[in-house]
Design a protein around this ligand. Structure first.
Ligand code: G3I
Length: 359
């Protein structure tokens, strides 16, 4: 068990360490486990973040550029600019690419679910639009994107009055019923038979939602739908998940013969809150030494579990690069800074980073 001491810290950020080679990064420490990726936008690959990206990661996920709204803003018009820039950067540097995502109820373009009169389109029209979208986007990056989040967050967060109900009441479900999910995977597989196809969701460690997701995945696997794996997003906090809940989720999903990937990892320093609100008077958003230690402890626990599942976890991606910018800033609490990642606002490794790489 090799221990990497803190003397590496001053030689950090791409400087040459004592051997004259670049300091190792997450991708090097975990080269025998899984590729380590990060979600990026174009500003990350055209500025100072590129040094940290190339030192630490060997996989990229476009954070927003490939979602239906940004990439397909009008029927018949695609906006490839940012997605192409990210794919070209990754290709130039030999990084893997996860496509995200082909079908979601958020960030959809305004035209998608409506006809010219503003009424919901029929199931047939919507499925044809989904097929055209997936075929066009997957074909464009065929052979360069190794894995796609095909369907994102289709399962309901809470059980409705009908306990047999699995899916959230999105426009996809209202118009198509549950058929859109299998169709999305079939369209993606037809466009690139080599691509790995994932169902992606969050709160997968919460037993009730985990069971609903399992029921969906089992239906898809039993029906012979071309699904390769499941993305456990990993938007966690210093309070959850427990190692046992995480093991239970990985065991349940991989037991279906599916690959498992951690697709959007960050560990918030605040408890999960469903509803949006503003920072309350007197409420602090300081990153205290106690929070730093709690976060280091939680990162140490989950990465210990990840390493137990060597071979069954086939990829791990952080959602954003450093605490300089995270989607959790101002979300769900407006005016509140969060610190969920392994690198601080200056891109330097945090206490949690050394817990992750010292094993
Ligand atoms: O690009 C527009 C810009 O032109 C406009 O001026 C600005 C102000 O309205 O909005 C910009 O779009 C924002 C986009 O991020 C790019 O910054 C959207 O409003 C904003 O809603 C969007 O948020 C993204 C969110 O998904 C959307 O739900 C976050 O960046 C992104 O990190 C987050 O990622 C999701 C995953 O895709 C799925 N899993 C959950 C995860 C967190 O919500």
């Amino acid at each position: 068990m090799q221990r990497h001491s803190l003397i590496l810290a001053p030689a950090f950020l791409g400087a040459l360490c004592l051997t004259g080679r670049p300091s190792p990064g997450l991708k090097d420490y975990y080269k025998d486990y899984f590729p380590v990726g990060v979600a990026v936008s174009v500003r990350n690959i055209t500025g100072p973040d590129t040094t940290l990206i190339l030192q630490q990661f060997n996989s990229l996920t476009p954070e927003n550029a490939m979602k239906m709204g940004p990439i397909h803003p009008e029927e018949g018009r695609y906006n490839w600019k940012d997605a192409d820039a990210i794919v070209d950067f990754a290709t130039a540097h030999g990084l893997r690419i996860r496509g995200h995502n082909l079908c979601w109820h958020e960030q959809t373009p305004s035209w998608l679910f409506k006809d010219a009169q503003g009424n919901d389109v029929s199931k047939e029209v919507l499925l044809q639009r989904l097929k055209d979208h997936i075929t066009t986007v997957v074909n464009r990056y065929k052979g360069r994107i190794y894995a796609w989040d095909v369907v994102n967050e289709a399962v309901a967060d809470n059980a409705g009055p009908d306990s047999t109900r699995i899916l959230r009441n999105s426009p996809w479900y209202r118009i198509c019923g549950d058929e859109f999910i299998a169709k999305a995977f079939e369209y993606a597989h037809a466009a690139d038979p080599q691509a790995q196809l994932f169902y992606n969701d969050y709160n997968t460690e919460r037993p009730e939602k985990r069971q609903r997701i399992y029921r969906l995945l089992k239906q898809l696997v039993d029906a012979g739908v071309p699904i390769t794996g499941v993305g456990i997003q990993g938007h966690w906090s210093i309070f959850e998940p427990s190692p046992d809940d995480l093991r239970a989720t990985i065991d349940l999903f991989s037991g279906l013969g599916l690959k498992v990937q951690i697709t959007e990892l960050d560990i918030s320093v605040y408890p999960w809150e469903k509803e949006r609100r503003v920072l309350r008077p007197g409420e602090s958003d300081a990153y205290t030494p106690r929070l730093q230690q709690q976060q280091a402890d939680q990162y140490k626990k989950v990465f210990s579990v990840f390493r137990e599942y060597k071979g069954r976890i086939t990829g791990l991606t952080f959602w954003n690069i450093s605490d300089k910018h995270t989607w959790l800033d101002d979300y769900p609490v407006r005016g509140r800074k969060n610190y969920p990642l392994l690198f601080d606002t200056a891109g330097q490794p945090k206490k949690a980073y050394w817990e992750v790489v010292n094993f």
